[in-house]
Design a protein around this ligand. Structure first.
Ligand code: Z5A
Length: 207
């Protein structure tokens, strides 16, 4: 039987990596075979593109940037996510296409429709069964990221507050439009409270 595909979305410092780890371990304890992964990245090819996108100084046009995220995603979906699901594994992914729709599409001004069409061949029919949106305000997310990383930033962390607010608003819109795929969780609560809310969403929607 095909496994389930769960993605975690939200702004910077929302707690996605922390919750991806906790959810994967909870699913594993319940007897599911699991794969924990993240975007951009997750395969050697996609990780090489991640380095270009996040760590490198090379400038890209917005359209080129959106295509690079989609190229990394195509490699990730074809070589890791789709085979894992076909083998019955549950895949937990820290960020996926909704991040590109929010960052490059809505906040980056390319537009959600164009970015969606750029991603169509990369994703095919491999859309998430459940997307957990961790809602936090920009201040909380930034404070957490700074407490963790200090002054270290990447190309996206460097954008201004208005950009990050637009990202948050875009995620809210996506969740409103697709209430069956999205579960919205208050990411400002404690790590354990957030983990509990995510487990409830998974139990209600997928088990
Ligand atoms: N990006 C894009 O533009 N387009 C795309 O298509 C994709 C990505 C896929 C990826 O950066 C950047 O790429 C991202 C968007 C862009 N940039 N931004 N902004 P990344 O992979 O390096 O990082 P990130 O995805 O933004 O995640 P993050 O900053 O690492 O945050 P997080 O995973 O959501 O949070 P965390 O690491 O789990 O937690 C952060 C800290 O807070 C940590 O010390 C935790 O212990 C703490 N924490 C977590 N939860 C809590 C709670 N509940 N209470 C208190 N403290 C907490």
């Amino acid at each position: 039987m095909r496994g389930k595909f769960i993605t975690l979305e939200g702004g910077e410092g929302a707690g996605k990596s922390t919750q991806a780890r906790l959810l994967t371990s909870w699913l594993h304890d319940r007897g599911f075979e699991t794969v924990e992964t993240r975007e951009p990245g997750g395969t050697p090819g996609a990780d090489a593109i991640r380095a270009l996108l996040l760590d490198g100084d090379t400038p890209f046009t917005p359209t080129a940037e959106a295509h690079l995220f989609a190229a990394a995603r195509a490699d990730h979906v074809e070589t890791l996510i789709r085979p894992a699901l076909a083998a019955g594994r549950w895949v937990v992914c820290d960020r996926f296409v909704d991040s590109t729709l929010a960052y490059q599409g809505a906040a980056g001004k390319l537009g959600v429709d164009l970015v969606r069409s750029i991603n169509e061949t990369a994703i095919g029919d491999t859309w998430p069964d459940l997307t957990i949106l961790l809602r936090t305000d920009t201040d909380t997310g930034t404070r957490r990221a700074i407490a963790r990383d200090g002054a270290e930033t990447d190309r996206f962390t460097n954008r201004d507050f208005a950009f990050h607010r637009a990202v948050g608003k875009a995620f809210d819109n996506f969740a409103e439009r697709e209430p069956v795929r999205f579960a919205v969780v208050d990411g400002t609560k404690s790590i354990e409270q957030v983990a509990g809310a995510i487990r409830s969403a998974v139990e209600t929607r997928l088990l």
